[in-house]
Write a protein that binds this ligand. Structure first.
Ligand code: ZN
Length: 497
């Protein structure tokens, strides 16, 4: 068996003010993709399972960028052209595996994944089985599903099963190629637009949904079930929750499973609402808590959701309230440069953060001693993305009153303890840690956290969706609108005929 693999991953916040350019993407080509082998990444799962199953795999092209603003038209065109050209050059193949995110929006392409699948189909032809892996925050639309033979999304958030789900996708693809199954897909979308914070899979309502889905999978009612919470900050018609069921040649059965779970999600809609604590109250509570670490979740500046990572509201509040042994990470290349100019042991006096868009608090004046300067490179210890390298760019640790201020050149979503350990900070010894996240932080931090507070900070990650000028989203949708008669989007079909 011979498979071809490649992909493009991006989660697009269409209200972010800074567009995503070609330079924002990290790209690997051909055999460079093997660097992902052994990692807890979707691509890692594809590589490892093909190796173990003695499947000949041709890696072609993989590009990804940190969640950020609308992808520029030329950037998308360039990436997609290269992906398609390289896949075409690797054909013929028995099957294709695409590693996608599912919430990518490019200028002119409200459903970028649909365009990727359409273009790959165009060169591969209608007969070649095509498997797609997606993030749990995918906004799944009928167009993308139409061109796909298999679609498998993560079952976890934090996304600790990325490699495992890719293995599942390859197993289903292989079974299709060998003629053991004839996959039929049913997609049902309830009118639900939950925020990421409500999608933590260790708690209801997502836990409730996945427990039912796993029971149906175990019973053999469906070959695979994907429940994607969606990404509400991508203003597209298909934004919001999706349930996708795959059965073996049974369209009615697939529809039945997807409908049951979509109806269950709708019945749990009130549990998807969240309410966060005002910053002043949250910081006071953290300071007063008898143990540490207390994690203050800067939800408004959720880097994993596309925000700039330079929000200052909690830094300002921690300084104002005289917090001790608190750690805050802020992305600010200018401030990093000032710290490098001062040198280790030197005093740096500058303004940090709040420089990208004016949505996440103003720059905060600081004066502190430079404790450490480094290149900001680390490797994820996991569980999420275990083994995958990360780069914060040139990084400085500055001690400002009672605060360990980590200044990075590149925004880096928190969720892995190596981010702090690699700059000499022992997370377990901090009284307060600010994480610019919604849920992802729990992957690394949950085991050491004594208490956490979701803070109602302003910004692109705000859980109040009415703050965003939505134009393309289908309406009515809960909780933005009052929905009297829920309308479900439905699609059922099979690419294998
Ligand atoms: Zn995600």
């Amino acid at each position: 068996m011979r498979l071809v693999t490649g992909g493009i991953m991006h989660e697009t916040h269409t209200f972010a003010t800074v567009p995503t350019t070609l330079e924002c993407f990290s790209v690997v080509r051909g055999d460079e993709l093997w660097a992902y082998a052994g990692t807890n990444h979707s691509l890692g799962g594809v590589l490892d399972t093909c190796r173990e199953r003695d499947i000949e795999l041709v890696p072609t092209f993989f590009a990804h960028a940190a969640p950020s603003g609308l992808v520029e038209r030329v950037a998308f065109a360039s990436l997609l052209d290269e992906l398609v050209t390289r896949i075409e050059a690797a054909l013929p193949a028995d099957g294709i595996v695409l590693t996608l995110h599912g919430a990518m929006v490019a200028d002119g392409y409200l459903d970028a994944e649909a365009e990727i699948v359409r273009r790959v189909r165009a060169v591969a032809g209608p007969e070649v089985p095509l498997a797609v892996t997606l993030d749990l925050h995918a906004n799944i639309g009928p167009e993308m599903v139409t061109g796909s033979t298999i679609v498998v999304g993560y079952d976890t958030y934090p996304h600790v099963d990325a490699a495992e789900r890719a293995r599942e996708a390859v197993a289903l693809l292989a079974a299709t190629i060998e003629g053991r199954i004839r996959p039929v897909l049913a997609l049902v979308k309830p009118p639900l637009l939950p925020v990421p914070q409500a999608m933590y899979t260790e708690r209801p309502p997502m836990k409730t949904l996945f427990e039912r889905a796993f029971a149906l999978e175990r019973a053999g009612t469906a070959l695979s079930i994907t429940i994607a919470g969606g990404f509400p900050y991508a203003d597209v018609p298909i934004a919001g929750m999706s349930v996708l069921a795959i059965t073996d040649g049974d369209p009615a059965g697939a529809e039945q499973v997807a409908s049951e779970l979509a109806t269950l999600a709708w019945s749990l809609r009130d549990q998807f609402r969240v309410q966060n604590v005002p910053p002043e109250q949250a910081v006071a509570e953290a300071i007063g808590f008898p143990e540490g670490p207390v994690v203050l979740v800067d939800v408004g500046d959720n880097i994993g959701g596309g925000s700039p990572g330079d929000g200052t509201v909690l830094l300002g509040e921690l300084l104002a309230q005289g917090a001790q042994e608190a750690t805050v990470v802020i992305t600010d290349p200018e401030a990093v440069a000032a710290a490098f100019a001062a040198g280790v042991g030197g005093i740096v006096e500058t303004h940090v953060g709040g420089k990208t868009d004016g949505l996440h608090g103003p720059p905060v004046p600081i004066r502190g001693r430079v404790r450490l300067l480094c290149d900001g490179e680390f490797v994820h210890e996991g569980p999420e993305n275990a083994g995958v390298p990360a780069s914060m760019g040139p990084t400085a640790v500055v001690r400002v009153e009672g605060i360990n201020l980590v200044l990075t050149s590149r925004k880096t979503a928190p969720g892995d303890l190596q981010q702090l350990k690699s700059v000499g900070i022992d997370p377990t010894r901090q009284k307060i840690i600010v994480v610019k996240a919604a849920v992802r932080w729990r992957g690394g931090y949950a085991p050491i956290t004594k208490h956490s507070i979701d803070v109602d900070t302003p910004g692109l990650g705000s859980v109040d969706l009415s703050r965003f000028p939505l134009q393309h989203l289908r309406r009515p949708i809960y909780p933005l609108d009052e929905v009297v008669e829920p309308q479900y989007v439905r699609w059922t079909g099979s690419s294998t005929g």
